[in-house]
Design a protein around this ligand. Sequence first.
Ligand code: GLC
Length: 546
Amino acid sequence: MIDAGMANQRGQWWRDAVIYQVYVRSFSDGTGDGVGDLPGITRRLTQLADLGVDAIWLTPFYPSPMADGGYDVADYRDVEPQFGTLADFDDLIARAHQLGLRVIVDIVPNHTSDRHAWFQAALAAGPGSPERARYLFRDGRGPDGAQPPADWMSNFGGPAWTRVADGQWYLHLFTPEQPDLDWSHPQVRAEFEAILRFWLDREVDGFRIDVAHGLSKNLVEPLTDLGAASVDKNLRYGLDDHPLWDRDDVHEIYRDWRKILDEYSPPRIAVAEAWVAPGRLGRYVRGDELHQAFNFQFLLTPWECGAFTEVIDESLAESAEVGAATTWVLSNHDVIRHATRYALPMQVDAAQWLLSDGTQPTIDAALGLRRARAATLLMMALPGSAYVYQGEELGLFEVPDLPRELLQDPTWHRSGHHDKGRDGCRVPIPWEPDGPSLGFGPGAPWLPQPQQWSAISHARQVDDPSSTLRLYSEALRLRRQFAGDGSLRWIEKGPHVLAFQRESGLACVVNFGPDDAALPAGEVLVASGPLTGAGRLPADTAAWIV
Ligand code: GLC
């Protein structure tokens, strides 16, 4: 048996870390305005330390008009007043470090808010000015320039170009309130390097890089029309040599950033949010680039044995090729929570929650949760790092029926109310069984919580050994105990059961099939659900054995 965290002993803590994503608006409201904030997070850090995670990732908390939940940053060196102050941030970091938790912050380099001083200056200065050169302004097409420069679509629906009063157009891959920066401009590069240092000097342990695959663009005229290939709702692009996504020279930026991260002691880390074609992710985690890149292929894998064995093999091979560790993830603030996703009927239009005949699907919540718990044991047994999205440790499900007038995700409005957007996975955390916001804060929360969340609140689960919360903490405890060097050996690869063993001796078995399955000999350390009376592994269940 190998003792706690060999990777940690080598100082490369991120290689097997469990990192907990805090979606700041919805984690804990310390001030009572119904919105989560930094003091609220600080107050709850002990619960995260008790859960056994190694680090937290904070989504953007910078001053923002909130056109995209804070991913529209107006000032990269301050705290949004709704979320607190820089002093609150310093308190949070100090408390986290005291508890042995590292802190990663989100950096949003692809675009600023339209209220950012640079964009305001660009609007005021006019066409051809140095102020405009930091963004992607172009003249329109057609005799009077009234047509956008290309047919590109934005990720949240609608055109990716918006026209300003003097007739020029600017590019925004997301909302019009999020103008894209021109990363070929030296001032843009220098500014973000300074922003990294600003937060590193405030003791952050690393960065999550938003839209990491989008910074470098090819806007050499004439621009190509892309039709449907310009955008994909999940930011996945298969097209080779795409002018907007996953361009080869984006990696130069990260090589420069790596040098900055390495200047600090101990070296700081960065994780890429890069929705790229299969086989392209490893490029972001080469030795002189970033440390981690979210494995979205894993997140997108349907609940099916063959699909999981394949994605595990491919992911491990891809990261091994560049000497990196794999970074598993099942949920985040942009996707349907996996406790719901694994129970969605195949034919459902996830954007609208409708079947093709226009009716609402019935979702078997118990099935979804059973699979989600099994998936978690699978993920936590794999070599590499894992990200946990707040609330998944409580078994929270997607909330599909929020009152329409409360929806805030720009996708909802920009899709002409076709796509309900991502608010359903952003509903505030239930900490307590009672109160106006189930312990999220003193007042009503910004999105209402389903009644059933009282019974699965943190307080209700913490003392219940069969709860999802306890499953997570037990898995994390055992994971530390059975840490290993990053490899696995397959014992079984389908058709219904997958099983592998880590070099520490820990075996993980997952049953995707309809029938009970036999377990290998050994002691069952933890299981995602009760075994059968005969000690067999039921359908949609996982177990760890030594
Ligand atoms: C990333 C974020 C998402 C945001 C988008 C634009 O995909 O995770 O929430 O809307 O970038 O910044």
